[in-house]
Design a protein around this ligand. Structure first.
Ligand SMILES: *Cc1c(COP(=O)(O)O)cnc(C)c1O
Length: 389
């Protein structure tokens, strides 16, 4: 299919995958079929097949990879069974005696990986609280792994500044862009080496599939990560590849609605007597607000808030009727969770305090419902726990 000459906007690109390898030419099907085959009959004349064995490649996985690369404007994309499989494959390219700098309140699973596997392999990990104020980094740094805005405290890191820091040491920079997606923030355009996603969240978008992705413009690194994925045996299944292809089509419209809902709910909560404060990108300082404005096109649909001291979060959560008390984010339905016990339980209380995760903190991942219903649900549950004046 010919690619239109005029640059298409994001909302059009997610719906229309004009990438070359779309495997639907035979009948003109408008979506790619799900190829479940684990193996493919190979030519007997010695030429190499396009697909041989599913772990190495599959047409449905190829379709989601090219669709996401097209949406992101990236040269290469690799699809993985989970977001953690994508991050673990990045980490598998580290060598002994290298150092990794990570965002201090990095995703719980990434923290667990660093804790379980780095030391034993002679890799040191430093958890950095504020990259924005760093002027230099250690010379043995091989990789900087960023999450911005952070989870669940929504702190903002200047991606372009970190890219400059990394250049001094010859380190690679990877951004976990799960919370924003390239609809909101485009780390590859800021010069990072790769972006990773938990496709489980906004990309698939319906709480019904696990997936992970690496996007990069670095051909050499792509080739070696592809071999690593084959060796680790962690690529995305055909069915979940299809789930992401399907979810991706509504990414822009879902995020438009969810972001608008989140903004309304933030305003409501900020003025509620049972709420201590609301944490959204830029809340921490004027500097972070400025960085956020410069490198992103929206606040996303995820934010946190602290209940006033003395209010028990279980009492509050027990009175919610619509919003579900569950981990994860990025889906059509609104979810609320208690980070200290549900997503950052691997951190010690001291590490949690350092990362700004108090026991009163709740994280709201806003969905696409009617915002009036969401507001009423929060108001109802808060009325049960608001202390009498
Ligand atoms: C969920 C998540 C991951 C891990 O993704 P899985 O698909 O659950 O393996 C990584 N990073 C962030 C920011 C996430 O929210």
């Amino acid at each position: 299919m010919p690619i239109p000459d005029t640059p298409l906007s994001f909302a059009t690109r997610v719906v229309n995958d004009y990438s070359a390898s779309r495997p639907s030419e035979e009948y003109g099907a408008v979506i790619p079929p799900i190829y479940l085959a684990s193996t493919f009959a190979q030519p007997t004349d010695g030429t190499s097949p396009v697909y041989g064995y599913q772990r190495s490649g599959n047409p449905t996985r190829g379709a989601v990879e090219s669709a996401l690369a097209y949406v992101e404007g990236a040269r290469h994309c690799l699809a993985f069974a989970t977001g953690m499989a994508a991050s673990a494959t990045i980490f598998s390219s580290l060598h002994t005696n290298q150092r990794v700098l990570l965002t201090s309140s990095v995703y719980g699973g990434t923290f667990l990986f660093a804790q379980q596997f780095f030391a034993a392999r002679g890799i040191s990990a430093d958890f950095v609280e504020d990259f924005n104020s760093l002027q230099t980094i250690p010379e043995d740094t091989g990789l900087i792994f960023l999450e911005t805005p952070t989870n669940p405290t929504l702190r903002v890191t200047d991606i372009a500044h970190v890219v400059q820091l990394a250049k001094q040491a010859g380190a690679k920079v990877v951004v976990d862009n799960t919370f924003s997606t390239s609809y909101i923030q485009d780390p590859l355009k800021e010069g990072v080496d790769a972006v990773v996603y938990s496709g489980t969240k906004y990309l698939a978008g319906h709480s019904d599939a696990l997936a992970g992705f690496i996007l990069t413009n670095d051909h050499t690194w792509y080739e070696s990560l592809k071999i690593a994925s084959k060796a680790l045996g962690n690529p995305l299944s055909p069915f979940d590849s299809y789930s992401v292809i399907r979810g991706l089509k509504t990414l822009a419209i879902r995020l438009d609605r969810a972001q608008q809902n989140a903004l309304e709910l933030r305003k409501f909560l900020a003025n509620h007597p049972a709420v201590e404060r609301v944490l959204a990108p830029g809340w921490f300082s004027e500097q972070e607000k400025e960085i956020h404005r410069r490198q992103s096109r929206g606040d996303g649909a995820l934010f946190s808030f602290e209940l006033k001291k003395g209010i028990n979060f279980f009492d509050f959560a027990a009175h919610l009727k619509l919003i579900r008390f569950a981990v994860s984010l990025g889906s059509v339905e609104t979810l609320i969770c208690h980070p200290a016990t549900m997503i950052h339980e691997n951190l010690t209380p001291a590490e949690r305090a350092k990362a700004g995760i108090s026991d009163q903190l709740l994280r709201l991942a806003v969905g696409i419902e009617d915002v009036a219903d969401l507001r009423a649900d929060l108001a109802g549950a808060l009325s049960f726990v608001t202390p009498e004046k």
